[in-house]
Design a protein around this ligand. Structure first.
Ligand code: TRP
Length: 410
């Protein structure tokens, strides 16, 4: 998949797996979209203080919408884990914050008892795929850190309704056509303020930690652009405190449904055969892949538009198959050539083996974590993460409150 990020962000997406995020003092020379900030660790003397490098701050969020499927995993979660591994290996001290964004979840109707469950499930899933507070990841519920909503309010006082009105997510959630110009009264009545201002909360999530890098899927680009706009607006109106973050898109494929390969793999389609969850058993994974809808042609070729089924399998093999010595992956085109002339069975076996190996141990860890200490362990881990996240957010909010005229200088 296309990667549209600037050179300074490339280490983040794993192409140069062992290269770690460069110190910000070097990065700023190369990318104009990050302004200097008043982060406590910033120093403005470039060369002489090279050793005292500024830490990068990575923030990302995921909604508690149920156990992640392979698409969520390959599109986001695996990337988060890789960032953690890179930071650990480099000893760069970069800060990693990953939040289960439960306040975003309630922008559409939720059953309270189900949301309670989903939040815990998502925490367990993040831990099961290998995010680990001991390895530098701060994992927490968004609602445990009230500074997120506090900054949201402040940002919403300078955020433009016009800009928000042009954004696509609330429209698609309301099932209104993207290019509709006359949002009629019924739509307006159904449109809740929280859904409309969703991007302001997302901006606050990122800005309150002065994140420098935000790894997200391509569909979040618009939201991050808005977050940059909020930061710039704030900095111009008040004081240069917030950091316009870099969007880091993951170079992963769209993982398609195994039943209807023209549609994205999704949590909400009723047919559970269409997806593989990160907690699926090996048997389930094999069954889903053997049963994956392909087409009636004999040959195996990679042609995503004309042959979405087989192309999806080749993508999965490319993503989950072993990496090459230099850390890159074999492309689906290459794999298509290799499997051309061989049996479907061979391809499906290879894909099933690769996916089973990729998700090895996740299911067991997930269940073990959810039940550890009678369920209390997850809460304890979350509480520690929330505490750290509150400290990070409060450092920003002290400056923000003062700049706006609300707090004392401390
Ligand atoms: N809107 C994001 C999504 O649906 C989730 C999210 C909320 C997020 N806040 C964030 C992602 C901050 C990155 C940074 O996927």
């Amino acid at each position: 998949m296309r990667s549209t990020i600037c050179a300074r962000c490339r280490p983040l997406i794993g192409q140069a797996r062992r290269q770690i995020l460069r110190p910000i003092s070097q990065q700023q020379k190369r990318c104009e979209s990050t302004s200097s900030t008043s982060d406590a660790t910033t120093n403005d003397q470039p060369k002489t203080t090279e050793k005292k490098k500024k830490r990068n701050v990575v923030f990302s969020g995921i909604q508690p919408t149920g156990i992640p499927h392979l698409g969520n995993y390959l599109g986001a979660l695996r990337q988060w884990k890789k960032l953690q591994d890179d930071v650990e290996a480099s000893g760069s001290g970069d800060k990693l914050l990953f939040s289960v964004v439960d306040l975003h979840a309630i922008t559409v109707p939720q059953e309270a008892s189900i949301l309670r469950l989903r939040r815990r499930e998502m925490m367990a899933a993040l831990l099961a795929i290998g995010l680990d507070p001991e390895k530098g990841s701060t994992i927490f519920f968004q609602s445990s850190v009230p500074q997120h909503t506090e900054l949201m309010w402040i940002l919403s006082c300078t955020a433009s309704m016009g800009y928000l009105g042009r954004m696509t997510q609330w429209k698609s959630k309301l099932a209104v056509q993207n290019h509709a110009t006359d949002i009629d009264e019924i739509a307006m009545t159904n449109l809740k303020l929280g859904l409309f201002s969703y991007p302001v909360l997302q901006a606050a999530d990122v800005l309150v930690h002065r994140a420098t890098h935000v790894p997200v899927g391509e569909d979040q680009r618009q939201h991050l652009e808005f977050a940059r706009e909020c930061a710039t607006n704030f900095n111009h109106t008040f004081s240069n405190i917030l950091v316009p973050p870099e969007t880091v898109t993951t170079p992963s494929p769209r993982v398609m449904s195994l039943v209807q390969p023209t549609q994205k793999m999704s949590k909400s389609t009723p047919n559970h055969r269409s997806r593989i969850l990160i907690t699926s058993t090996s048997n389930e994974i094999r069954q889903r892949i053997y049963g994956a809808v392909t087409d009636s042609e004999d040959a195996i070729t990679y042609e995503p538009t004309r042959r979405p089924g087989v192309s999806n399998l080749l993508e999965l093999l490319s993503q989950c198959g072993p990496a090459l010595a230099d850390g890159t992956r074999r492309s689906p085109e290459e794999l298509g050539n290799e499997f051309n002339g061989r049996m479907w069975k061979d391809l499906k076996n290879a894909v099933a083996d690769a996916v089973v190996a990729e998700l090895e141990g996740v299911r067991e860890r997930y269940h073990e974590f959810l039940n550890r200490k009678g369920g209390k362990w997850i809460d304890e881990i979350e509480a520690e993460g929330a505490e750290a996240a509150r400290r990070s957010a409060e450092a920003t909010m002290k400056l923000v409150r003062y700049a706006v005229g609300l707090g004392r200088k401390s």
